[in-house]
Design a protein around this ligand. Structure first.
Ligand code: ZN
Length: 543
């Protein structure tokens, strides 16, 4: 055989299929894997000595929110350094396209970390995907067409069912996006504007995605309350629209193990009925949210200055507290002591609030001698212009529940994070440690330290499973003919270093990351290369 572009020698090959590891070498030429064998006979222009290292397919993240941040910094620092070579965008109903000019400002409200320095020059989903190709990216991406974006384009944040015409308009946007290469439809039915849609609307839109061979991805309705109700709805949508279903961050709340088990049984039963159902969950027990995310839309939709004056006045404050208590979301989060104990104030900006950092809402209420909601509102009044940024950590899971989900064969790893970098604009984000650490954390905590998963089982959940789920049939496995996306790491040293206190730190132990045959991480450092591609649905089966 002639000299190849790249040869990786003497590594422990974990091929992504779940099969036991084998020692050997991998040959890469013109961006693809051309040889996987036990020998050491290949010659390459570049040769990597992988002795003592694990060679795996590049990780595929089925659940990210890098829709905008990847345009801000195409190097995908916090993900490529975890070994993630493909990120799926448009999760949980949120995306940056399609855009209806007259509703553009409303869409901006739904874009995580929007920054006017990246102008929204595209309108269609096709042009949005093209934007990544224009700029170049260090990792591959594929994307869902997102329900929120589609609904905002047609009816803004209107709290009502769609009219017949509006539904037709939404269907045609979903159709256009699918034909431009979306891998399916995603929804976030737990929060506005997705929560304004009824089940029938989603079924009709999912049918359009089904016609193109797409899947249905859901951040469940009522995840913040009754997650089983949300799961049943997602399964109903899959069954009526006839398409595979993927449920995001799937786990019961607050250590309610019975509920977690019932949720997992719902999936098992549906799979036994023939429905193709999977889920993802990240390897952390707490989420990080803006505190305002727990308020009903009637409060959330008011302007900051209105809210500030209402929260400062004790009479108006108790009116707001009542409004929150009477809402479904508010009743769930603020009426129970077990919840107030699990919500910890974290990102506080006002000097007067600093002593409250790290305290639970229950403690804050005790200190202020107020009810939980009123105490929360008085904290927000102090925050003033930062009230929408005031962040909390919510310890919503117990380890037992989390591990139970990870043990299921239909679970895959999804970070639910966004591509960030500890420099430039994105450094100001204090998001969640998962944006920098989710994948290495699984290998450290779930494989090496707790033996919840085998190495090959964990790699499968990070590579071939999500690739297959996203319809990317030529990625996720180390096999002849597949695209050469690879992650090479030291098993004993791989670990996450990001924490809730210091979320913006890179993981350790990942030596090389290769995307489409090109080195993006070399000896632990970013080469600056941008070999990532936009992966359009159907393209991998056609070529
Ligand atoms: Zn999400």
């Amino acid at each position: 055989m002639d000299k190849l572009d790249l040869v990786i020698r003497d590594g422990l090959i974990v091929d992504g299929s779940g099969a036991p590891p084998l020692h050997g070498e991998i040959g890469v030429d013109e961006g693809k894997i051309v040889e996987v064998s036990k020998g050491s006979t290949l010659q390459g222009d570049i040769q990597i000595d992988a002795s003592g290292l694990v060679v795996a397919p590049g990780f595929v993240d089925i659940h990210t929110h890098s829709d905008f941040s990847l345009l801000q910094n195409p190097k995908a620092e916090s993900y490529i350094r975890q070994g993630v070579t493909t990120s799926i965008l448009g999760a949980c109903g949120r995306s940056c396209a399609p855009i209806n000019e007259s509703k553009k400002d409303l869409l901006i409200k739904d874009i995580i970390g929007y920054d006017p320095q990246v102008p929204l020059t595209w309108r269609s989903f096709a042009d949005y995907l093209g934007e990544f190709e224009k700029r170049g990216i260090s990792q591959n991406i594929a994307a869902f067409v997102a329900h929120n974006a589609v609904r905002i384009a047609v009816m803004g944040y209107d709290e009502r069912a769609a009219s017949k015409n509006e539904l037709e308009e939404m269907k045609s946007l979903v159709g256009a996006s699918m034909s431009a290469g979306a891998i399916g439809l995603s929804t976030g039915l737990a929060y506005p504007p997705g929560s304004n849609a009824d089940t029938d609307e989603v079924i009709e839109l999912a049918k359009v995605a089904a016609n193109y061979g797409g899947i249905y991805f859901s951040h469940l309705r009522g995840t913040d309350g009754d997650f089983l109700r949300g799961a049943r709805e997602a399964l109903e949508i899959g069954e009526k629209a006839r398409l595979p279903v993927h449920m995001a961050h799937f786990c019961g709340f607050f250590g309610n193990f019975e509920e977690t088990q019932r949720g997992l049984s719902l999936i098992r039963d549906a799979r036994n009925r023939g429905l193709d159902v999977t889920c993802d969950l990240y390897p952390y027990l707490a989420g990080a949210n803006p505190l305002m995310a727990f308020f009903p839309p009637s409060i959330f939709n008011r302007t900051q200055s209105t809210l500030r004056s209402e929260f400062q006045d004790s009479n108006l404050r108790s009116e707001c507290a009542k409004e929150i208590h009477n809402s479904e979301l508010g009743a769930f989060w603020f009426n129970k002591p077990e919840t107030a104990n699990r919500i910890i104030l974290f990102d506080l900006y006002a000097a007067s609030n600093q002593p409250l950092k790290g305290k639970s809402l229950a403690e804050v209420a005790r200190l202020k001698g107020m009810q939980v909601v009123e105490a929360t509102l008085s904290v927000l009044a102090e925050e003033g212009e930062n009230m929408f940024n005031t962040g909390i950590i919510c310890k919503w899971m117990e380890e037992r529940d989390n591990f139970a989900v990870f043990r299921e064969p239909f679970h895959m790893v999804g970070s639910d994070g966004m591509a960030l970098a500890p420099y430039g604009q994105l450094a100001s984000f204090k998001f969640h440690p998962r944006a920098y650490g989710a994948f290495p954390r699984v290998l450290r905590k779930y494989v090496r330290e707790n033996s919840i998963l085998t190495l090959e089982g964990a790699i499968q959940k990070m590579t071939s499973m999500p690739a297959k789920r996203a319809g990317l049939l030529d990625r996720g496995l180390l096999k002849k003919g597949m695209w050469a996306d690879l992650t090479i790491f030291n098993y004993d040293e791989i670990r996450d270093t990001s924490t809730y206190e210091r979320p913006n730190t890179y993981p350790q132990g990942i030596e090389y990351v290769i995307v489409n045959g090109e080195l993006v991480i070399e000896s632990g450092e970013h080469t600056g290369k941008l070999p990532g591609r936009v992966l359009r649905h159907g393209a991998s089966t056609r070529s």
